[in-house]
Structure formats: C-alpha cells, structure tokens
Design a protein around this ligand. Structure first.
Ligand code: ADP
Ligand code: MG
Length: 349
C-alpha cells in the first residue's frame, strides 16, 4: 500500500468508526482502536467486555506478527530466511513455522496456484509499493524457477527453514493477516472480551456474540465501488471469519494502459486474469480463510468452487467481471445479495 492509499484507508477507517459508534443495533461501542500494521489499517471494535489492556495486548500481538513475518521490512525473521537463501538453514520462531506450514499446505491443495515462495515475483512487480513497474520478460523468466514450494525446506525438529535456491524469497502477504486476526481474537477473548470485531484491512474475525444476541452481519465489499460499499451481507455466528481477496485495491495502470494487480500467476509470472474480481471465504479460522481466499482466486471459478465445496466448514462467494455472483451451497441461507447491479448466478458445472 503506498502512502496515498494509506491516507485514504485511514480516512475511511475514521468514517467507519464514526458511523459505527452507535454499535450494533444502538448498543454503544465499548471501545475501539486502529493502527497501521501488516501493510493495512488494522482496527478492533469491542462491544462487550472492553478493557484498554485487552485492546493493547491484541495490537501488540499484531505488531509482533508484522515484525516477524513482513517480507518488506529489514530485520524480520522472514527477511533473515530470505537473506540466507541457497546458503544455510535459519532458525525461525514457532509462529512463523506454523504460518509457513499452513501456506505450504495451501500450495499443495491449490496445485501450486498459491505459493509462499512467490517473493521474487512480488519484488519484481512491487505492486502497491513505490517503484511498481512492468518487469521485462527476461526478469520474469529468471524469477519463475525460484517460485518453487518444493524447495522450501522446513525442519520441524530443528525449528529451521532453508530456501534451497539462491535468490528464493518467501512472501507471506497472502496469509499473515489471517493469522494475526486469529491471534488478536484469541487474545481479546482471553482478556474477557465477549463481543468484538477484528478487521485487518477487510480480513474480518468476530469474537463472541453480538450483545443483542443476533448474528453479526458483515458486508462483502463491492469490488467496483469505493471501500465500504457492499454488494451483499453474510451472517456470522460463533467462531467465524470472512476474508476477501480481490484485484480492485492493489493495482497500477501500466504504460500500456493495462491494469496490473497483486495476485500473481505462479506459472506465467503475470497478474492473474481469469475473469474474477473478488473471492470471499467464510470459515472458522482466519489463517485458513486468508490462505484459501488467495488460493481460490488463483485457481479460478470452476476449480476454486470445486475445492471450496469439498472442504468442510468452508464457504465462498466468487464475483466476476460481469458482476455475476456465485455462492457455495452452504451459504444460500446466510448470504443476502443487496446490490441490484449484481446478479446471483447458478453454478453451471
Ligand atoms: P490482500 O493482502 O490484499 O488482502 P491476499 O490475501 O489475496 O490479498 O494476498 C495478496 C498478496 O499475496 C500479494 O500482495 C502478494 O504478497 C502475495 N501473493 C501474490 N500472488 C500470490 C500467489 N499466487 N500465491 C501466494 N501469495 C501470493
Ligand atoms: Mg489471502
């Protein structure tokens, strides 16, 4: 996210807080906070059981995860692993090993469409950061062999990670926010929070029960409109999360007039063009939903929906460029399409 986008996101966050300060159904928000971390605006709203300690502890953990797993900042544990690519294994903290192993499991589940060793390509394109540009064909050809999940060697008993080829680079941008949402939610509960919403740049996790006993109603972003404009609403209850991967927020327009977004095709090295604009995953664990949202996007509608239907307790909403919305079978009752510009489409496969 560049500085301009950051500023817009902050203004937006302030707007959301102002409009939500009456809380769910008139119940006041007991306390809230917002910080920039993990490359996005992280916000927490507590409706019941608020304490400043709870909020501080949750934000401290989010910052800690950022300081461990960021691929962009120097000095993180992830950067040390990347710096030692092709040279030696590096000790990694337990939480990083956990998230990396999750990411590798999604690499295998998605047949390689998702790959945490996407780092060399992400760095070439630099989308959403300063210096974003269209790389040369030769640069992409050089980077492609380095995107290779099979060469990410995790030694669980030694607690180390070794990237077998020089130039390899891990990037956990597609999954770390989900883990941070799970951790923040867990910490809030441990501190006696009974009702809260953790929102890490649209990666949403609900905690406990809404004070009025009704399910949480969470909006799915309209990919064609500004942030905060929704195409539909999902009802969440119990331990639940909703994560969206879309191509509408982080992108740039190249000199050729084409739009280049930030979810990359591990085979071609270019941003994925498969007719989709966003995918939303609803599940219990946010690390899984985040890994899956990027995986399903990369796999495309047919294979992605097939996988979502196969996984227990995972639901998904796919939106394509023609404003068609496809929902998995378990969502029929808890998803409501609200924007008449979109049409709910049956699955034709
Ligand atoms: P966001 O971070 O915008 O919420 P995602 O969770 O979909 O969206 O993650 C996108 C990020 O994941 C990219 O910015 C990049 O760091 C990384 N990434 C891009 N393509 C892939 C891919 N094919 N597999 C794994 N990670 C990817
Ligand atoms: Mg993701």
């Amino acid at each position: 996210m560049n500085r301009f986008t950051y500023r817009c996101a902050l203004v937006f966050a302030a707007f959301v807080f102002a409009s939500c300060s009456a809380g769910a159904k008139g119940k006041p928000v007991a306390g809230d906070g917002s910080e920039l971390a993990l490359g996005t605006v992280c916000s927490i709203r507590v409706f019941d059981g608020y304490s400043a300690q709870a909020l501080d502890a949750a934000f401290a953990r989010i910052r800690e995860i950022d300081a461990t797993m960021s691929a962009n900042a120097p000095g993180t544990a992830l950067a040390s692993i990347n710096d030692a690519a092709g040279i030696r294994p590096v000790s990694a903290p337990k939480d990083l090993l956990f998230v990396l192993e999750k990411a590798l499991s999604y690499a295998s589940l998605s047949g390689g469409a998702f790959d945490p060793s996407i780092g060399p390509l992400v760095k070439l394109w630099n989308i959403g950061m300063e210096g974003e540009r269209i790389p040369s064909v030769a640069e992409i050809q050089d980077a492609l062999p380095l995107v290779d999940a099979a060469s990410v060697l995790v030694d669980d008993s030694a607690g180390t990670v070794f990237l077998a080829k020089k130039g390899m680079r891990l990037d956990l941008g597609a999954i770390a926010k989900g883990y941070a949402a799970d951790e923040a939610a867990h910490i809030l509960s441990e501190h006696g929070v009974h009702a809260a919403v953790v929102d890490l740049g649209g990666n949403i996790k609900v905690v406990g029960k809404k004070p009025d006993g009704q399910p949480w109603r969470v909006g799915i972003q309209n990919p064609l409109d500004q942030r905060g404009a929704y195409l539909g609403v999902v009802e969440l209850q119990g331990e639940a999360t909703m994560v969206t991967s879309g191509v509408y927020e982080r992108f740039f327009i190249g000199e050729d007039g084409m739009r280049y977004h930030h979810i990359l095709d591990t085979k071609s090295g270019y941003p994925i063009r498969n007719g989709l604009t966003s995918i939303t995953v609803i599940a219990a664990s946010s690390v899984d939903a985040d890994g899956l949202s990027t995986s399903l996007f990369a796999m495309g509608l047919a294979a992605g929906m097939e996988l979502a239907e196969r996984l227990p307790d995972v639901e998904a909403v796919f939106v394509d460029e023609e404003r068609r919305v496809y929902v998995s079978s378990g969502l029929q009752k808890i998803f409501t399409l609200q924007n008449p510009d979109f049409t709910l489409s049956p699955l034709a496969f």
